[in-house]
Design a protein around this ligand. Structure first.
Ligand code: CA
Length: 359
């Protein structure tokens, strides 16, 4: 044993004898910011940032603090991908399909029409290849992504006039979430990609004819029913839309292993928390909407069939033209096939039976 080792060992022994072991991984204090693509009024979508920030603070004993910023406060709603990518901000929470114009592959991190439901999406991300494949995709722009929220199947939106067939979609100026427009435009819809905080005004002014947002809980807050009374389901373009936490890659790599684990755990906690909120809050909100005169309708079967056909045409074209999309979509579609086979058995038969009981 050389002299240095003797001194080192004696030092540790001395500390242990004194009963005061030093904190092996003393953490430095850290202040980060997270930008949301959503307005503060939406306590589920913006609220997921607050849930995440609170949990990071608790898990780090108050040493790692995160301030939350609504859409437009530090950057525009749709500016968050670039903001995190170029290091203007450390983190963001958003719906990745907003960025389908840069590359449709982003939509696979959120939702594509007739895609995975909420549970299937989480299974693909955590247990299948989803997170691994999407991490490779986001690494190209210097972002580390985590699942952080899901709304469950969305509603099909608010319309001034009834939609009785595919023909009624022709020329309809419709605000819809991101990538869905790629499919809807094949049915004659004129899709509009408008941030949540600006939809009501556009609908009220008549700039758009119809709009979808999420589901009863959020839609009631935004007040669409006051100007468009026909409320349709299901939102087949958003079967299990996932929200994501984006972390600047360099900033993430600079974190200690403990802080990295805290980010991962807080995001997973917030991920579950958002779905729980929607599942619990949507029905009371729908009852309120119906009591205020909203007319609830299911989309006609021909709309679903035509949309399904159009969606598959879009996927087939993307497979031929975008190798990055094809790599991830191939895995996604295989997972969907297997998972739907499983869900069609015990899950679906129990759901069908229980939901028919009206208990
Ligand atoms: Ca939506």
């Amino acid at each position: 044993m050389d002299r240095r080792s003797i001194i080192k060992n004696a030092g540790i022994a001395g500390v242990l004898a004194a009963g005061a072991a030093p904190a092996v991984h003393a953490q430095s204090t850290l202040r980060w910011r997270i930008a949301s693509s959503f307005p503060k009024s939406l306590d589920t979508l913006f609220g997921v940032c607050e849930v995440f920030a609170k949990k990071v603070g608790e898990l780090s004993g108050g040493k790692f603090t995160v301030s939350t910023h609504a859409a437009g406060e530090l950057m525009p709603a749709f500016g968050v991908l670039d903001g995190v990518s170029n290091g203007t901000i450390e983190m963001a929470n958003t719906a990745s399909y907003y960025f389908f114009g840069k590359d449709p592959t982003y939509a696979l991190d959120c939702a594509v029409p007739f895609g995975l439901n909420s549970r299937q999406m989480t299974a693909w991300m955590y247990e299948g290849n989803g997170l691994k494949l999407l991490r490779e995709h986001f690494a190209k722009v210097g972002i580390v992504n985590f699942p952080m929220g899901n709304t469950g199947v969305q509603m099909g939106g608010w319309y001034r006039k009834e939609i009785n067939s595919v023909a009624d979609l022709k020329g309809l100026k419709f605000r819809c979430g991101g990538f869905a427009g790629k499919v809807l435009e094949r049915l004659g819809v004129v899709p509009q990609n408008i941030p949540g905080g600006e939809i009501y005004q556009a609908l009220e002014k008549g700039t758009i004819d119809a709009a979808e947002w999420v589901g009863p809980y959020d839609d009631l807050k935004l007040g669409f029913h006051k100007v468009a009374p026909h409320y349709y389901y299901p939102g087949w373009w958003e079967v299990g839309p996932q929200l994501s936490l984006y972390v600047n890659q360099k900033a993430y790599e600079g974190l200690s292993s403990e802080y990295k684990a805290i980010v991962e755990c807080a995001a997973a906690f917030a991920h579950t928390d958002m779905q729980a909120k929607y599942d619990a809050r949507n029905m009371p909100a729908l009852k309120t909407l119906i009591s205020q005169g909203v007319k609830l309708h299911a989309f006609p079967k021909d709309v679903l069939n035509a949309s399904f056909k159009a969606a598959n045409e879009v996927y087939s074209e993307l497979n031929d033209t975008n190798p990055g999309w094809k790599k991830i979509y191939t895995d996604y579609a295989a997972f969907r096939k297997e998972s739907n086979l499983w869900f069609s058995l015990a899950e679906a038969s129990m759901d069908d039976f229980m939901q028919a009981q009206r208990l």
